[in-house]
Ligand binder design. Structure first.
Ligand code: ATP
Ligand code: MG
Length: 389
């Protein structure tokens, strides 16, 4: 017996009132993009989706993909039959034949033409299962196995025992879009995941410092964008070489201001890209007090370079590194992030970066540079790669 269906449940969308249809439609569209690769189909019945028409050999890969789509709360691989008591009994007995320990049966009957009431049917199935398998006993409150029978209005019954949790959240795209500053580090891919989970469609921007940084550092950012695309869907990745900016700062400015100045340039370039691509917010992986550039004073002075008034989301602001690492491991980005290639921020690294940079001092340093010219020059040579999900 092979699973022929996957039940897909959504979470927070349930809380939406009049707008629920909009979120359901967006989720369905996002699911279909994944299903198309497997030739699978989707139906919608009474508050949940049923995926079917997939190859048995694809099921585990498909389940893995579905649990990564924001908006999906959980999934259950299921057997489906035409909803007659005999058909359901046959499958139920087969599922429970080799199980041990405690169990219960839970029937839900959306199809009121099914001839037996839910409670009565659960009892009947439970009795038959018990009489065929001496290794089982009933526990209604905390069973090892909950055999669920879901009888839908399409006169099909879905029978299953397992529920796998998805990432939850809201369908990507329903909360607008954001430009993720994606470094090669641990934090920013996690920040992207957190925002995609809230429904923000992400575009990624990576800064490199070629030839000071290696092609492997670029490759790393591409791999991280690949992980992100499992959650975010097809992802546009922009790569901007800021070597020229760093050289100019190195040549003309006080070394301790390197990081503050570079970060301000990054934000200017990010805002310009967001403006050009119609992106409504900026996202970074900053966490309060993590490093010199993430003190309150640094964030104030660096953030001042942003002029568009777009929201600047920092979803990890209150996270400990250990909490972030746990999520990085869960989403599969950690092993890529710890590959040992230099990031552009380690180029021309000062011995003692300013921890509390004063805006006035920073502006004095910037006055030694052609800020707009440098922004335009680096912006003009941005590379672009599309990462398919
Ligand atoms: P991460 O924070 O991702 O682990 P990191 O620790 O190297 O990387 P930080 O110094 O903590 O970087 O930088 C804070 C944030 O600034 C990053 O989370 C990221 O959003 C952004 N950022 C830093 N370096 C880059 C870069 N090379 N390209 C794009 N964004 C960057
Ligand atoms: Mg960091």
């Amino acid at each position: 017996m092979e699973f022929d269906s996957i039940i897909v449940r959504y979470g927070e969308i349930y809380l939406k009132g009049k707008n629920r249809g909009y979120f359901e439609k967006a989720l369905k569209t996002n699911i279909i993009k994944v299903l198309d690769k497997f030739g699978a189909r989707i139906e919608f019945t009474a508050g949940r989706y049923i995926v079917n028409n997939f190859k048995a050999s694809d099921r585990l890969a498909l389940q893995d993909r579905l649990t990564k789509i924001p908006g999906i709360y959980s999934i259950s691989p299921a057997y489906s039959v035409d909803a007659t008591p005999e058909n359901i009994l046959e499958v139920a007995l087969e599922i429970m034949r080799h199980k041990r320990g405690t169990f219960r049966v839970t029937t839900k009957r959306a199809d009121k033409t099914f001839p037996i009431a839910s409670m009565d049917f659960s009892k009947e199935l439970g009795g038959r299962i018990l009489s065929e398998n001496q290794n089982l006993t009933v526990d209604l409150h905390n069973p090892n196995t909950n055999l669920e029978v879901d009888i839908r209005v399409n006169h099909r019954a879905y029978i299953f025992t397992d529920e796998l949790l998805g990432v939850g959240g809201m369908p990507v795209g329903t909360a607008g879009n954001g430009l993720l500053l994606l470094s090669g580090g641990i934090d920013s891919p996690v920040a992207g995941y957190m925002m995609a989970k809230r429904g923000l469609k992400l575009t990624a921007l990576h800064f490199e410092s070629f030839p000071y940084t290696s092609p492997q550092a670029r490759e790393k950012a591409i791999c991280l964008a690949g992980i992100l695309s499992k959650y975010n869907g097809k992802t546009e990745l922009y790569i901007c070489n800021i070597a020229k900016i760093q050289e100019q700062i190195h040549e003309h400015c006080h070394p301790d201001y390197m990081i503050t100045l570079v970060r301000r340039f990054m934000l200017r370039i990010a805002e310009k890209l967001a403006e050009e691509k119609n992106i409504g917010s900026i996202v970074s992986g900053e966490s309060l007090a993590q490093v010199a550039s993430q003190t309150l004073e640094s964030m104030t002075t660096i953030g001042e370079a942003m002029k568009s008034g777009k929201p600047f989301f920092k979803p990890l602001i209150g996270f400990d590194k250990i909490e972030t690492i746990k999520i990085a491991e869960k989403i599969g980005s950690y092993d890529i992030s710890i590959r040992p290639y230099d990031d552009c921020c380690t180029v021309f690294l000062p011995d003692s970066p300013i921890i509390k940079p004063k805006l006035q001092k920073v502006i004095e340093q910037e006055n030694r540079l052609d800020v707009d010219g440098l922004v335009n020059e680096c912006f003009g040579s941005i590379d672009h790669i599309t990462i398919e999900e």
